[in-house]
Design a protein around this ligand. Structure first.
Ligand code: IDC
Length: 477
């Protein structure tokens, strides 16, 4: 069975280093910054509150961003945007909305972040339920597509106890079937979608802070599921949208994700190769999500649930490495969503396990989400959840070469890299105050700068060496 093969491969991966990942023989690759440095991206999804806000903006201020940066040293955001906001009427792109997005992007730019724009959807659109919540008072459910692009053909959407269950309501299934045009009645919808992305890309093409476009949150195939959907209408939409983006933007990375249902829980994806028409190396990235079923159902990370979750992570990782390495052609990986209710038993252990895997995979991570509440870093009263301490660890943010292995505890970081002589900018490392209250001791590299306020250390390794290992500990250690 494919599942058990994948499991075996993942176990081997856990013992190897970055260069010998389990699901593929292809070494991890990285999104690079304008200085050519490999980026290790750590941040949040911001935010769920944008989904049904009339102006499409998250309930997230510049002060919230300052707090996040000071508390966790993040350098990345998966920023939620929506098709309904970009194209409120067919063929009309709302430039005032894009102004608001650009304004938020400038907050991130001023603080040295990189932004991935995520065209979010859940359960197709806000128009699947007139009240927006299916009548069950659970808050926002459907979001994403504009009402004018929602064709349910009169089929029902009944109130459901969980938001995910709306996906299999007949009206929602039909809306997706019409979007993918498996009904043969709406060939215009995917075209609108690609053109909406082109309008976004046109706006951000010259913006160095926006590095990536996540083409569609959690694709769902309606009545077409699994590999036939992923290799069929999904891959076709990705290709069409990539082509549309490349007409206006040659440099941003285009991120593709698998079908969410099943693949988020560790099953194999049937996604096929997307060709990047840009001149030069392709800039496609793979951006899957991880939501092990036991945790999603509200179980903690302990006992049998922990065993099942670990098996999920192992299979999930092997398949991601296979798709990114072998199917898509050795592309970077960004985990677009991982997250859980931090009050569940074992939450810290689960977070550590996922971030350890991400580190070994060379993957970026966007935690779901920065919204106040038990899943996030802060409660509505501003107090911290355990997430802040769990995530506030040293990490290399930008590496002058290719990282081959790195590890960290709160007061120690070790990084091995293959230096790239063409990169002149230094390697940048984040060091939290909890582990590094004073000076730093650096072995294996020269210190360029240590800024105790921003918690950023920059170092330069010897030129000409084939590999370099940098170790950072607190001064006096
Ligand atoms: C959830 C929000 C919740 C909202 C729901 C539907 O936390 O408040 O009611 O969306 O809009 C995903 C989705 C992401 C989900 C998240 C957590 O991409 O939008 O947010 N999740 O449930 N996939 C798996 C989990």
């Amino acid at each position: 069975m494919a599942g058990s093969l994948a499991l075996g491969a993942g176990v081997a991966a856990a013992q190897g280093s970055l260069a010998s990942s389990g699901g593929s023989d292809v070494a991890p690759s990285y999104i690079t910054d304008d200085d050519g440095r490999s980026l290790i991206l750590r941040g949040f999804n911001t935010a769920s509150s944008a989904k049904s806000a009339p102006d499409g903006m998250p309930d997230f201020t510049e002060a919230d961003l300052d707090r996040e940066q000071a508390d966790m040293g993040t350098n990345f955001v998966r920023f939620l945007i929506s098709w309904r906001s970009v194209e409120p009427a067919p063929g009309q792109y709302d430039q005032a909305y894009l102004d608001r997005v650009e304004d938020r992007v400038s907050w991130y730019a001023e603080r040295g972040y990189k932004v991935m724009l995520d065209m979010h959807q859940d359960v197709y659109s806000g128009a699947i339920t007139p009240a927006g919540d299916g009548g069950n008072g659970a808050g926002n459910i459907g979001n994403g597509a504009p009402a004018w692009a929602t064709f349910m053909d009169g089929l029902a959407v009944k109130p459901q106890p969980r938001w995910e269950l709306y996906y299999i309501q007949p009206g929602v299934m039909r809306a997706f079937d019409n979007f993918w045009n498996t009904t043969g009645k709406h060939p215009e919808l995917v075209e609108h979608y690609a053109n909406a992305w082109q309008a976004v890309a046109e706006r951000f093409a010259g913006n160095d802070t926006v590095v990536a476009y996540d083409l569609m949150n959690e694709p769902f195939g309606g009545s077409m599921q699994g590999p036939s959907f992923e290799a069929g209408p999904l891959a076709a939409m990705y290709q069409r949208t990539t082509n549309a983006i490349r007409q206006v933007d040659q440099d941003s990375w285009v991120c593709v994700a698998p079908q969410a249902i099943g693949v988020n829980q560790g099953l194999s994806s049937g996604l096929t190769k997307i060709n990047d028409p840009r001149a030069g190396e392709q800039r496609i990235a793979y951006c899957p999500h991880l939501y092990p079923l036991p945790l999603d159902l509200g179980d903690g990370y302990s006992g049998l649930s922990r065993t099942l979750t670990d098996a999920t992570i192992t299979a999930w990782r092997a398949d991601i490495e296979h798709v990114a390495g072998d199917v898509l052609g050795g592309v970077p990986i960004i985990i677009g969503e991982i997250g859980l209710d931090t009050t569940l038993p074992g939450a810290t252990d689960y977070i550590d396990r996922v971030y350890t895997n991400a580190r070994e995979m060379g993957a970026g991570v966007a935690y779901w989400s920065s919204d106040p509440g038990p899943w996030g870093p802060y409660l509505p009263d501003g107090s911290q959840t355990l997430l802040v301490d769990s995530l506030n660890k040293p990490y290399p943010r930008a590496v002058a070469g290719t990282p081959t292995e790195w590890s960290s505890t709160v007061d120690r970081l070790q990084l091995t890299l293959t230096p790239d002589p063409a990169v002149t900018a230094p390697t940048e490392i984040y060091l939290p105050e909890s582990g590094f209250p004073g000076g730093v001791k650096v072995e294996g590299a020269d210190v360029v700068n240590w800024d105790r306020d921003s918690r950023l250390l920059t170092v330069r390794t010897a030129t000409g060496a084939p590999t370099a290992t940098v170790t950072v500990t607190p001064a006096g250690s």
